[in-house]
Write a protein that binds this ligand. Structure first.
Ligand code: DER
Length: 226
């Protein structure tokens, strides 16, 4: 089956974990989209009721409302479950996320979830983070050229995310630097260094956060644990 069909299979498995009355973190991206749609279908079919969604992007907020999910802002209460995609998944379920530009709201939301369930097709599996995807780094718009210089001084390659004439703006009004991380980088060390770098707001490293993952391959959906 094509990748979209695989993404949907993984999403359906995760959505099945949602039960009546849950507070659910709603991820962002093309795989999370299927999970949001599946929750809407379950609500419409009367299989599920009374859930509250907390969206990790304006796009997911709009989609959730469209499919009939009651959306509320993030507040300090824990979430029962969060469902989201990833750009890379390593054997310990450490992740790189952010290619969809939603990393800051995703991390702020998903850190409050009792369970973070990742959904993906098999192309996201890596042995070491950084093999296939850049590391998205959300940086302040003000003084971004200086911040990029600080990142280059750390030995990071990469470039400002600029799909068109203007740099990409996140939902939070920040820019994203897509960093090429040198081989052999220790994610936890680089995460600490980046979080201590002036002008850096957050990174696409989601380390030790995921509690399980549904990964769809042509021969079926695998359920992975850290
Ligand atoms: O931007 C994000 O963090 C997305 O969740 C991304 O990591 C996965 O997006 P995809 O499901 O469209 O590949």
């Amino acid at each position: 089956p094509d990748l979209e069909a695989l993404k949907r299979q993984a999403a359906v498995r995760a959505a099945a974990l949602v039960t009546d009355g849950m507070r659910v973190g709603l991820g962002t991206g093309s795989t999370a989209k299927y999970a949001i749609e599946e929750l809407g279908r379950r609500l419409a079919d009367g299989e599920l009721k009374g859930i509250v969604g907390v969206a990790t992007s304006e796009a997911s907020d709009a989609l959730a409302r469209q499919v009939g999910i009651q959306v509320e802002p993030l507040d300090p209460r824990p979430l029962d479950l969060a469902i989201d995609g990833a750009d890379e998944i390593d054997p310990g379920l450490n992740l790189i996320k952010g290619l969809g530009g939603a990393l800051l709201r995703e991390k702020l939301t998903e850190v409050q979830a009792r369970q973070l369930v990742i959904i993906a097709d098999h192309t996201k599996l890596v042995t070491q983070l950084g093999e296939k995807a850049p590391l998205p780094v959300e940086i302040a718009r003000f003084g971004f050229l200086s911040t990029i210089e600080r990142l280059r001084a750390l030995g990071l390659g990469g470039r400002l995310r600029q799909p068109g004439a203007q740099p990409y703006l996140t939902d939070n009004g920040n820019y994203i630097f897509d960093a090429a991380i040198p081989a052999g980088t220790q994610p936890a060390t680089l995460e600490r260094t980046l979080k201590g770098t002036l002008g850096v707001i957050d990174t696409g490293f989601f380390l030790g956060m995921a509690t399980r993952a549904f990964v769809a391959a042509p021969d079926g959906v695998q359920e992975l644990s850290p």
